[in-house]
Design a protein around this ligand. Structure first.
Ligand SMILES: Nc1ncnc2c1ncn2[C@@H]1O[C@H](COP(=O)(O)OP(=O)(O)O)[C@@H](O)[C@H]1O
Ligand SMILES: [Mg+2]
Length: 338
Protein backbone atom coordinates (compact mmCIF):
# COMPACT_ATOMS: atom_id res chain seq x y z
CA UNK A 1 0.00 0.00 0.00
CA UNK A 2 1.67 3.20 -1.17
CA UNK A 3 0.44 6.67 -0.23
CA UNK A 4 -0.76 9.28 -2.70
CA UNK A 5 2.65 10.88 -2.59
CA UNK A 6 4.22 7.53 -3.45
CA UNK A 7 6.35 7.48 -0.31
CA UNK A 8 6.24 4.38 1.83
CA UNK A 9 7.48 5.58 5.15
CA UNK A 10 8.12 2.15 6.65
CA UNK A 11 8.55 -0.94 4.52
CA UNK A 12 8.95 -4.46 5.84
CA UNK A 13 10.60 -6.68 3.24
CA UNK A 14 10.40 -10.39 3.97
CA UNK A 15 11.26 -9.75 7.63
CA UNK A 16 11.83 -12.83 9.80
CA UNK A 17 12.90 -13.54 13.35
CA UNK A 18 13.78 -16.95 14.65
CA UNK A 19 14.71 -17.00 18.35
CA UNK A 20 17.71 -19.12 19.38
CA UNK A 21 15.71 -22.13 20.57
CA UNK A 22 12.47 -21.45 18.72
CA UNK A 23 10.99 -24.43 16.89
CA UNK A 24 9.50 -22.06 14.31
CA UNK A 25 10.00 -18.44 13.35
CA UNK A 26 8.26 -15.92 15.65
CA UNK A 27 8.01 -13.59 12.64
CA UNK A 28 7.97 -15.35 9.31
CA UNK A 29 8.66 -13.57 6.03
CA UNK A 30 6.49 -10.52 6.71
CA UNK A 31 6.19 -7.83 4.02
CA UNK A 32 4.04 -4.71 4.07
CA UNK A 33 4.27 -0.94 3.68
CA UNK A 34 3.09 1.74 6.08
CA UNK A 35 2.30 5.14 4.61
CA UNK A 36 3.80 8.23 6.19
CA UNK A 37 1.33 9.66 8.70
CA UNK A 38 -0.83 6.60 9.01
CA UNK A 39 -1.97 4.83 12.14
CA UNK A 40 -1.24 1.19 11.44
CA UNK A 41 -2.70 -1.39 13.80
CA UNK A 42 -0.94 -4.74 14.16
CA UNK A 43 -3.48 -7.23 15.40
CA UNK A 44 -3.37 -10.93 16.20
CA UNK A 45 -3.80 -13.42 19.03
CA UNK A 46 -1.24 -13.82 21.81
CA UNK A 47 2.04 -15.23 20.51
CA UNK A 48 1.39 -14.25 16.90
CA UNK A 49 4.60 -12.19 16.75
CA UNK A 50 3.25 -8.64 17.23
CA UNK A 51 5.74 -7.51 19.88
CA UNK A 52 8.64 -9.14 18.05
CA UNK A 53 7.72 -7.35 14.82
CA UNK A 54 7.38 -4.00 16.61
CA UNK A 55 10.71 -4.31 18.42
CA UNK A 56 12.45 -5.07 15.15
CA UNK A 57 11.57 -1.51 14.06
CA UNK A 58 13.61 0.13 16.82
CA UNK A 59 16.05 -2.78 16.76
CA UNK A 60 15.52 -3.88 20.32
CA UNK A 61 15.30 -7.18 18.43
CA UNK A 62 17.53 -7.95 15.46
CA UNK A 63 15.70 -9.79 12.69
CA UNK A 64 17.28 -12.97 11.33
CA UNK A 65 16.17 -12.18 7.80
CA UNK A 66 14.78 -9.50 5.51
CA UNK A 67 15.04 -5.74 5.26
CA UNK A 68 13.43 -2.84 7.04
CA UNK A 69 13.27 0.39 5.07
CA UNK A 70 12.47 3.76 6.58
CA UNK A 71 12.07 6.44 3.94
CA UNK A 72 13.71 4.06 1.51
CA UNK A 73 16.83 3.35 3.57
CA UNK A 74 17.61 -0.03 5.07
CA UNK A 75 17.92 0.87 8.75
CA UNK A 76 19.35 -2.51 9.65
CA UNK A 77 22.67 -1.10 8.46
CA UNK A 78 22.35 2.07 10.56
CA UNK A 79 23.48 2.80 14.10
CA UNK A 80 20.69 1.49 16.38
CA UNK A 81 21.14 4.29 18.94
CA UNK A 82 20.68 7.00 16.31
CA UNK A 83 17.71 5.08 14.93
CA UNK A 84 16.01 4.88 18.33
CA UNK A 85 16.16 8.67 18.67
CA UNK A 86 13.88 8.95 15.66
CA UNK A 87 11.41 6.51 17.14
CA UNK A 88 9.15 6.91 20.18
CA UNK A 89 8.16 3.79 22.11
CA UNK A 90 5.16 3.33 24.40
CA UNK A 91 4.46 0.08 26.25
CA UNK A 92 1.71 -1.16 28.53
CA UNK A 93 3.88 -1.08 31.67
CA UNK A 94 4.65 2.63 30.97
CA UNK A 95 7.98 2.44 32.84
CA UNK A 96 8.18 5.98 34.20
CA UNK A 97 11.16 6.70 36.45
CA UNK A 98 9.69 6.70 39.98
CA UNK A 99 12.20 9.16 41.48
CA UNK A 100 11.71 11.74 38.72
CA UNK A 101 8.85 14.23 38.45
CA UNK A 102 6.38 14.10 35.59
CA UNK A 103 8.16 16.99 33.85
CA UNK A 104 11.55 15.29 34.22
CA UNK A 105 10.12 12.03 32.92
CA UNK A 106 8.72 13.78 29.85
CA UNK A 107 11.91 15.72 29.10
CA UNK A 108 14.27 12.79 29.47
CA UNK A 109 14.02 11.51 25.90
CA UNK A 110 14.68 14.98 24.48
CA UNK A 111 17.64 15.39 26.84
CA UNK A 112 19.08 12.07 25.71
CA UNK A 113 18.57 13.19 22.12
CA UNK A 114 20.80 16.17 22.92
CA UNK A 115 18.29 19.01 22.82
CA UNK A 116 19.68 22.35 23.98
CA UNK A 117 18.51 23.93 27.23
CA UNK A 118 16.61 26.58 25.34
CA UNK A 119 14.72 24.04 23.26
CA UNK A 120 14.00 21.95 26.33
CA UNK A 121 12.46 24.86 28.20
CA UNK A 122 8.74 24.64 27.97
CA UNK A 123 8.89 21.30 26.15
CA UNK A 124 7.43 19.31 29.05
CA UNK A 125 4.58 21.79 29.52
CA UNK A 126 3.84 21.77 25.79
CA UNK A 127 3.59 17.97 25.74
CA UNK A 128 1.60 17.69 28.95
CA UNK A 129 -0.92 20.07 27.42
CA UNK A 130 -0.96 17.98 24.26
CA UNK A 131 -1.82 14.80 26.16
CA UNK A 132 -4.50 16.56 28.21
CA UNK A 133 -2.70 17.07 31.55
CA UNK A 134 -2.71 20.63 32.95
CA UNK A 135 1.02 21.42 33.38
CA UNK A 136 0.59 23.49 36.56
CA UNK A 137 -1.21 20.61 38.21
CA UNK A 138 0.95 17.74 37.02
CA UNK A 139 4.51 18.83 36.24
CA UNK A 140 5.80 18.49 39.82
CA UNK A 141 4.04 15.24 40.68
CA UNK A 142 5.72 11.87 40.90
CA UNK A 143 4.49 8.81 38.96
CA UNK A 144 3.03 7.19 42.11
CA UNK A 145 0.72 10.21 42.43
CA UNK A 146 -0.94 9.45 39.07
CA UNK A 147 -3.74 7.12 38.00
CA UNK A 148 -3.03 4.44 35.42
CA UNK A 149 -4.54 6.53 32.64
CA UNK A 150 -2.53 9.60 33.67
CA UNK A 151 0.66 7.55 33.74
CA UNK A 152 -0.06 6.36 30.22
CA UNK A 153 -0.58 9.99 29.11
CA UNK A 154 2.83 10.86 30.56
CA UNK A 155 4.27 7.82 28.77
CA UNK A 156 2.91 9.12 25.46
CA UNK A 157 4.19 12.65 26.19
CA UNK A 158 7.64 11.22 26.91
CA UNK A 159 7.65 9.15 23.71
CA UNK A 160 6.82 12.31 21.73
CA UNK A 161 9.23 14.66 23.55
CA UNK A 162 12.12 14.33 21.11
CA UNK A 163 9.70 14.81 18.19
CA UNK A 164 10.24 11.37 16.62
CA UNK A 165 9.08 10.56 13.09
CA UNK A 166 7.70 7.23 14.20
CA UNK A 167 5.78 6.13 17.27
CA UNK A 168 5.65 2.47 18.32
CA UNK A 169 2.91 1.50 20.77
CA UNK A 170 2.65 -2.01 22.25
CA UNK A 171 -0.79 -2.61 23.80
CA UNK A 172 -0.50 0.81 25.50
CA UNK A 173 -4.07 0.81 26.81
CA UNK A 174 -4.24 -2.90 27.62
CA UNK A 175 -4.11 -2.44 31.40
CA UNK A 176 -6.68 0.37 31.59
CA UNK A 177 -10.35 -0.02 32.50
CA UNK A 178 -12.83 0.13 29.63
CA UNK A 179 -13.90 3.75 30.16
CA UNK A 180 -10.36 5.08 30.53
CA UNK A 181 -9.27 3.05 27.51
CA UNK A 182 -12.07 4.53 25.46
CA UNK A 183 -11.03 8.04 26.47
CA UNK A 184 -7.37 7.35 25.68
CA UNK A 185 -8.32 6.04 22.24
CA UNK A 186 -10.16 9.27 21.50
CA UNK A 187 -7.18 11.27 22.79
CA UNK A 188 -4.78 9.35 20.58
CA UNK A 189 -6.92 10.08 17.53
CA UNK A 190 -6.96 13.76 18.47
CA UNK A 191 -3.17 13.85 18.97
CA UNK A 192 -2.64 12.01 15.70
CA UNK A 193 -4.82 14.52 13.83
CA UNK A 194 -2.60 17.35 15.01
CA UNK A 195 0.84 15.65 14.82
CA UNK A 196 0.54 13.17 11.94
CA UNK A 197 3.24 10.78 13.11
CA UNK A 198 3.63 7.39 11.53
CA UNK A 199 2.31 5.09 14.24
CA UNK A 200 2.61 1.33 14.57
CA UNK A 201 0.17 0.21 17.26
CA UNK A 202 0.04 -3.38 18.52
CA UNK A 203 -3.17 -4.72 19.99
CA UNK A 204 -4.99 -8.02 20.47
CA UNK A 205 -8.27 -6.08 20.65
CA UNK A 206 -9.94 -6.05 17.25
CA UNK A 207 -12.45 -3.41 18.29
CA UNK A 208 -9.52 -1.10 19.11
CA UNK A 209 -7.91 -1.91 15.76
CA UNK A 210 -11.08 -1.14 13.83
CA UNK A 211 -11.71 2.05 15.76
CA UNK A 212 -8.23 3.56 15.53
CA UNK A 213 -6.56 2.19 12.45
CA UNK A 214 -6.45 3.54 8.94
CA UNK A 215 -4.46 0.40 8.16
CA UNK A 216 -4.69 -2.97 9.87
CA UNK A 217 -2.13 -5.76 9.65
CA UNK A 218 -3.36 -9.19 10.74
CA UNK A 219 -0.69 -11.60 12.01
CA UNK A 220 -1.18 -15.29 12.72
CA UNK A 221 1.63 -17.64 13.71
CA UNK A 222 4.19 -15.00 12.73
CA UNK A 223 2.81 -14.58 9.24
CA UNK A 224 0.95 -11.71 7.69
CA UNK A 225 -2.53 -12.91 6.81
CA UNK A 226 -3.99 -9.68 5.48
CA UNK A 227 -3.44 -5.96 5.46
CA UNK A 228 -5.90 -3.28 4.48
CA UNK A 229 -8.22 -0.61 5.81
CA UNK A 230 -10.84 -1.57 8.42
CA UNK A 231 -13.46 -1.40 5.69
CA UNK A 232 -11.47 -3.68 3.38
CA UNK A 233 -11.06 -6.27 6.13
CA UNK A 234 -14.72 -6.17 7.07
CA UNK A 235 -15.99 -6.20 3.52
CA UNK A 236 -13.39 -8.56 2.01
CA UNK A 237 -11.73 -10.71 4.68
CA UNK A 238 -8.92 -12.76 3.07
CA UNK A 239 -9.93 -16.01 4.76
CA UNK A 240 -12.10 -17.50 7.49
CA UNK A 241 -9.55 -16.58 10.17
CA UNK A 242 -9.76 -12.87 9.34
CA UNK A 243 -13.51 -13.13 8.82
CA UNK A 244 -13.91 -14.47 12.36
CA UNK A 245 -11.32 -12.16 13.88
CA UNK A 246 -12.86 -8.95 12.59
CA UNK A 247 -16.40 -10.23 12.96
CA UNK A 248 -17.15 -9.68 9.30
CA UNK A 249 -20.35 -11.68 9.65
CA UNK A 250 -21.61 -9.50 12.46
CA UNK A 251 -24.22 -7.04 11.25
CA UNK A 252 -23.54 -4.84 14.28
CA UNK A 253 -19.80 -4.65 13.50
CA UNK A 254 -20.55 -3.66 9.96
CA UNK A 255 -23.13 -1.07 10.95
CA UNK A 256 -20.64 0.45 13.38
CA UNK A 257 -17.63 0.54 11.08
CA UNK A 258 -18.60 0.54 7.43
CA UNK A 259 -19.13 3.96 5.84
CA UNK A 260 -22.32 4.78 3.96
CA UNK A 261 -20.28 5.11 0.79
CA UNK A 262 -19.96 1.30 0.85
CA UNK A 263 -23.74 0.89 0.65
CA UNK A 264 -24.83 3.14 -2.20
CA UNK A 265 -28.06 1.99 -3.79
CA UNK A 266 -27.48 1.35 -7.52
CA UNK A 267 -31.21 1.76 -8.20
CA UNK A 268 -31.48 5.25 -6.79
CA UNK A 269 -29.93 7.97 -8.92
CA UNK A 270 -30.35 11.73 -8.76
CA UNK A 271 -33.18 11.51 -11.27
CA UNK A 272 -35.05 8.87 -9.30
CA UNK A 273 -34.13 10.13 -5.80
CA UNK A 274 -36.98 10.68 -3.39
CA UNK A 275 -37.22 14.39 -2.67
CA UNK A 276 -36.63 14.25 1.09
CA UNK A 277 -33.40 16.22 0.75
CA UNK A 278 -31.60 14.64 3.70
CA UNK A 279 -27.81 14.37 3.45
CA UNK A 280 -25.05 12.38 5.12
CA UNK A 281 -21.27 12.61 4.77
CA UNK A 282 -19.64 9.70 2.89
CA UNK A 283 -17.68 8.61 5.97
CA UNK A 284 -20.73 8.50 8.26
CA UNK A 285 -21.27 4.97 9.52
CA UNK A 286 -24.09 2.76 8.33
CA UNK A 287 -25.38 2.92 11.90
CA UNK A 288 -25.66 6.72 11.71
CA UNK A 289 -27.48 6.43 8.41
CA UNK A 290 -29.83 3.70 9.61
CA UNK A 291 -30.76 5.70 12.73
CA UNK A 292 -31.31 8.77 10.60
CA UNK A 293 -33.58 6.83 8.24
CA UNK A 294 -35.55 5.42 11.17
CA UNK A 295 -35.79 8.80 12.92
CA UNK A 296 -36.96 10.73 9.93
CA UNK A 297 -38.88 8.09 8.03
CA UNK A 298 -37.02 9.18 4.90
CA UNK A 299 -36.80 6.64 2.08
CA UNK A 300 -33.26 7.60 1.10
CA UNK A 301 -30.33 9.73 2.24
CA UNK A 302 -28.11 11.63 -0.19
CA UNK A 303 -24.43 10.78 0.38
CA UNK A 304 -22.57 14.01 -0.20
CA UNK A 305 -18.97 15.14 0.50
CA UNK A 306 -18.72 18.40 2.50
CA UNK A 307 -17.44 20.67 -0.27
CA UNK A 308 -19.45 19.13 -3.04
CA UNK A 309 -22.65 20.41 -4.63
CA UNK A 310 -23.96 17.03 -5.75
CA UNK A 311 -24.40 13.70 -3.98
CA UNK A 312 -22.20 10.74 -4.95
CA UNK A 313 -25.24 8.51 -4.51
CA UNK A 314 -28.01 7.47 -2.16
CA UNK A 315 -28.41 4.95 0.64
CA UNK A 316 -31.69 3.30 1.44
CA UNK A 317 -32.71 0.80 4.14
CA UNK A 318 -32.63 -1.85 1.41
CA UNK A 319 -29.12 -1.02 0.24
CA UNK A 320 -27.80 -1.09 3.82
CA UNK A 321 -29.42 -4.44 4.54
CA UNK A 322 -28.13 -5.88 1.26
CA UNK A 323 -24.59 -5.01 2.34
CA UNK A 324 -24.66 -6.24 5.92
CA UNK A 325 -27.03 -9.20 5.95
CA UNK A 326 -25.25 -12.43 5.03
CA UNK A 327 -27.40 -14.68 2.89
CA UNK A 328 -29.24 -11.74 1.43
CA UNK A 329 -26.52 -10.74 -1.01
CA UNK A 330 -24.07 -9.35 1.56
CA UNK A 331 -20.29 -9.83 1.22
CA UNK A 332 -20.24 -13.13 3.10
CA UNK A 333 -22.89 -14.56 0.81
CA UNK A 334 -21.05 -13.36 -2.28
CA UNK A 335 -17.87 -15.10 -1.07
CA UNK A 336 -19.83 -18.33 -0.93
CA UNK A 337 -19.73 -18.53 2.84
CA UNK A 338 -22.54 -20.33 4.71
N1 LIG B 1 13.03 -13.78 23.82
C1 LIG B 1 12.38 -14.82 23.29
N2 LIG B 1 12.99 -16.03 23.16
C2 LIG B 1 12.36 -17.07 22.59
N3 LIG B 1 11.10 -17.02 22.10
C3 LIG B 1 10.45 -15.85 22.21
C4 LIG B 1 11.04 -14.69 22.79
N4 LIG B 1 10.15 -13.67 22.74
C5 LIG B 1 9.05 -14.18 22.16
N5 LIG B 1 9.21 -15.47 21.83
C6 LIG B 1 8.23 -16.33 21.13
O1 LIG B 1 7.92 -15.74 19.87
C7 LIG B 1 6.54 -15.85 19.58
C8 LIG B 1 5.96 -14.46 19.35
O2 LIG B 1 6.01 -13.72 20.56
P1 LIG B 1 5.55 -12.21 20.65
O3 LIG B 1 6.21 -11.44 19.55
O4 LIG B 1 5.80 -11.73 22.03
O5 LIG B 1 3.99 -12.33 20.35
P2 LIG B 1 2.76 -11.35 20.70
O6 LIG B 1 3.32 -10.00 21.03
O7 LIG B 1 1.92 -11.36 19.47
O8 LIG B 1 2.04 -11.98 21.84
C9 LIG B 1 5.92 -16.59 20.74
O9 LIG B 1 5.82 -17.95 20.39
C10 LIG B 1 6.91 -16.41 21.87
O10 LIG B 1 6.89 -17.49 22.75
MG1 LIG C 1 3.07 -8.79 22.75
Amino acid sequence: MIGLDGVAMIAFRNVSKRYAHGARAAVDGVSFDVRAGSLCMIVGTSGSGKTTLLRIVNRLIEPTGGELLINGRNVLREDPIALRRRIGYVIQQVGLFPHMTVAENVRVTAEIAGWTRRRLEGRADELLTLVGLAPAEYRHRYPRQLSGGEQQRVGIARALAADPEILLMDEPFGALDAITRDRMQQELLRIQRSLRKTILFVTHDVEEALRLGDQIVVLSGGRLVQTGSPVELLAHPADDFVRQLVGADSAVRQLEHLPVSAALDPHVTWAAAPGDGLRVLPDSTLLDAMLRLLDTGARALAVQPPASSAPVGYVTPASIIRLIAPGRGGPAARAGHR
